[in-house]
Design a protein around this ligand. Structure first.
Ligand SMILES: *Cc1c(COP(=O)(O)O)cnc(C)c1O
Length: 453
């Protein structure tokens, strides 16, 4: 029997998170207070985040201890397996070796639970009773509901309306774990009411849902806000993925040539690759890091590297990132988790330094890749994850053409069991490709704040 799964024992669960900010030779451009144009202070973030997470956000310590209680919950499903996709390799007839880190085994079905547990823990420590958040496709909302339930914190989720309608079972899952879910835009907030007045049929966007969750936070007692991606502390919590992967590759004596992840806000991609970027092994071998995204939301491939708001109502500090503009409203493509207008500042910074590559795909192409994967490896990926798989297949075929034995490692960020309606559409030829038009990007970018740098 061939060995497919590379397993770590519980003892090998990483005890610290890795903070890439410790290894940058020049600092990442800081978040700015939009009113003053000066670097944002802890006080600017204090209304929405507990101080311990604000400290992590700006920390330049390389290693940060993972609290025992967090490890205990993570160990319900971690360490996750690293799997060699031998059947996919055989099907592609490629000399490339393909490995994937299986983050779909978490109880909520994606990598997002890694940071959800950490964030719920720090909020609990700070005496917080209620957390408000937004969710796009529902993965983040369900991950946070899973985590807050363990800590007895009330969870309120603003879910982008189009997903609320397209993915009713994600909402059910959140309800099972005790969360309250609203289709955003709602009548609960000023922002929601204003948007509905202008456009009663608005199907929502992540930018709008974030504004609503933040407004809910600052208008309720003992409430804080939690974000499932983008921010530095979130990416750091996800580093556990790459740290485990490193140990697993070592077990089989492999070093990667190419590492791939799909990019919504950038957290699963960062979680996989950050522990490798400044590793001495990389200096010797030069790993190619590839972030993938939809042509319908081409943040890394087409958005400029600029200061912008994280939300539509312009309530967040300004962050320097690849952005399509905070007023960007994406089409209803089926990879809901990849529809955010911005990209994590840390991922954007690396992209700007030429240390990572990016590529975008049409949804029919990614579903084709997903079906290939499901029919060879047996696992049904989330449409988000399928963006990574498409790049993996392309690179494996390139390796075949060039006759090179490459080692490709990708992040299997989540399963697609709640996305079968979109698989149905693909299989019956009802999915339409969409490329976000350059003129629309230019239009949305006109609203970017003017920051002198
Ligand atoms: C949310 C999500 C993504 C995209 O978010 P990142 O922060 O870029 O990781 C990708 N895959 C799955 C399965 C998700 O749930």
């Amino acid at each position: 029997m061939t060995d497919h799964r590379i397993i770590l024992s519980k003892k090998e669960l990483p005890k610290s998170w890795y903070n890439i900010q410790a290894d940058f030779s020049k600092p990442v451009p800081p978040a700015l207070n939009p009113a003053t144009g000066k670097p944002a202070t802890a006080e600017d973030f204090a209304p929405i985040f507990p101080m311990s997470l604000i400290e992590q956000e700006v920390s330049v310590e390389r290693w940060i201890d993972i609290p025992e209680e967090v490890l205990d919950i993570l160990s319900i499903w971690r360490p996750t397996p690293l799997i060699r996709a031998r059947r996919l390799e055989q099907f592609l007839d490629t000399p490339a070796k393909i490995y994937f880190k299986d983050e779909s085994v978490s109880p909520a079905g994606s990598h997002k639970t890694n940071t959800a547990v950490a964030q719920a823990y720090y909020n609990k420590q700070a005496g917080i009773k209620r957390i408000a958040t937004e969710t796009g496709a529902g993965q983040w909302g369900s991950a946070l509901a899973f985590a807050t339930n363990f800590f007895g914190i009330e969870c309120v989720v603003y879910m982008v309306k189009i997903s609320y309608e397209q993915k009713p079972y994600r909402r059910s899952l959140m309800n099972v774990w005790n969360a309250t879910v609203y289709p955003s835009p709602t009548q609960n907030t000023k922002t929601g009411r204003m948007i509905l007045e202008k456009n009663p049929g608005c199907l929502g966007s992540l930018g709008i849902a974030i504004s609503e969750a933040i407004e809910d936070t600052v208008t309720h007692k003992d409430t804080k806000y939690a974000l499932g991606s983008v921010l530095n502390h979130v990416l750091m919590h996800q580093s556990i993925i790459g740290l485990e992967t490193k140990k697993q590759l070592k077990q089989v004596g492999e070093t990667p040539d190419i590492m791939i992840g799909c990019c919504g806000g950038g957290s699963n991609f960062a979680g996989l690759i950050f522990p490798f970027v400044f590793d001495p092994m990389n200096a010797k071998k030069q790993i190619r890091f590839i972030g993938t995204e939809p042509t319908a939301c081409p943040t890394l491939t087409k958005g400029p590297y600029r200061y912008d708001f994280g939300d539509t109502a312009q309530t967040t500090p300004l962050i320097k990132m690849h952005t399509l503009g905070h007023n960007f409203i994406p089409q209803g493509i089926h990879a809901g988790g990849l529809r955010y207008h911005g990209m994590a500042p840390l991922v954007s910074f690396l992209a700007n330094q030429g240390m990572i590559e990016s590529v975008s795909y049409h949804q029919n192409d990614i579903f084709k890749a997903a079906i290939t994967f499901a029919r060879t490896e047996g696992r049904v990926p989330a449409p988000e994850t399928a963006h990574a798989i498409k790049a993996v297949i392309d690179e494996a075929l390139k390796a075949k053409q060039e006759g090179k034995e490459k080692t490709i490692v990708f992040n299997y960020s989540g399963h697609g069991f709640f996305d079968l309606a979109s698989y149905d559409k693909y299989l019956s030829n009802q999915l339409h490709d969409f490329e976000y038009p350059d003129e629309k990007i230019a239009e949305s970018l006109k609203d970017l704040p003017n920051i002198k740098e």
